[in-house]
Design a protein around this ligand. Structure first.
Ligand code: G
Ligand code: G
Ligand code: MN
Ligand code: NA
Length: 250
């Protein structure tokens, strides 16, 4: 309960911060995007990871306001980078289940994009399989509405949920992010390598681009390169860092 009221005040006290982690285009060996990742700079607890407060924010409904803050601030940061000459970078923002259920989401996204002059195709929203499965016909409508607004869509944590391949085709998405669970042992475990390879082939056959998450070593990257994975994200390149430390491309 103490944490809940503290989280309530976190927004107004400006204790929330975004860190950014680069995504690398593997073929071009170039940073092409950043994922905004939320942190809570608590006065006593220090930097609190989202794993420790996102679910609380979901349960209490605070996630709706927090999610709006995240979206707006990520888009504002993107505008700063555009103004500094990095207009080609894309921005990826995580959307929670509760936000996705909120019928106001497409309107909010349109409003924030207008406020920040976000160019078409530069903002990607990350969603998970389970949130799309909840009410799949509504999900398709929402996804199409968002896409119509010039937003790109990524399926996050792919492989950890239902992973029903049938609906990959039904949902209008652009990108698939392979969960880091499948990347971790890719250079040691032939089953994981086979799974990653199959996901990449399937995604490509459906016209989706693929991001490998949690890439930590050159060996993992080498295998992903051979399998034709499009993008890599992970500690091998950079941890999530404050905007001022983001490794902007030349
Ligand atoms: O950054 P870290 O590895 O601690 O993130 C842990 C989890 O929190 C990840 O699943 C990530 O998707 C989620 N997360 C990080 N930032 C946000 C955010 O801004 N909104 C939502 N809904 N989830 C986030
Ligand atoms: O669920 P989502 O994919 O949004 O989670 C992103 C989280 O994964 C971030 O909080 C980030 O801290 C974490 N992460 C990013 N790269 C790596 C990595 O290479 N290794 C590990 N273990 N975690 C990572
Ligand atoms: Mn994510
Ligand atoms: Na993920």
């Amino acid at each position: 309960l103490a944490l809940e009221s503290a989280l309530h005040r976190a927004l107004e006290r400006e204790e929330l911060v975004l860190h950014y982690q680069p995504l690398i285009d593997i073929a071009r060996a170039r940073i092409v995007a950043s994922e905004a990742l939320l942190r809570w700079q608590h006065p006593d607890l220090g930097l609190v990871a989202p794993g420790d407060f996102i679910s609380l924010a979901e349960e209490t409904g605070l996630i709706v306001d927090i999610g709006e803050w995240v979206l707006r601030n990520a888009c504002l940061q993107h505008r700063r980078w555009r103004e500094a000459g990095h207009g080609e970078l894309r921005m990826l923002v995580n959307i929670s289940a509760r936000q996705f259920r909120d019928d106001n989401l497409p309107r909010l996204v349109a409003q924030v994009m207008a406020e920040t002059s976000m160019p078409t195709g530069q903002l990607t929203l990350e969603l998970t399989e389970s949130m799309l499965m909840e009410d799949s016909s509504r999900s398709i409508d929402v996804l199409e509405e968002l896409r119509g607004q010039g937003v790109r869509l990524a399926l996050d944590d792919f492989g950890t949920g239902y992973s029903s391949l049938a609906y990959l085709k039904r949902f209008p998405i652009d990108e698939l992010k392979i969960d880091r669970l499948f990347i971790r042992d890719i250079d040691r475990n032939p089953d994981d390598a086979a799974i990653a390879d199959a996901i990449i082939k399937l995604a490509h056959s459906l016209g989706l681009r693929v991001v490998a998450e949690g890439v930590e070593t050159a060996e993992q990257l080498e295998i992903l390169t051979r399998h034709g994975c499009n993008f890599a994200q992970g500690f091998y390149y950079s941890r999530p860092v404050p905007a001022a430390q983001f490794p902007l491309p030349d």
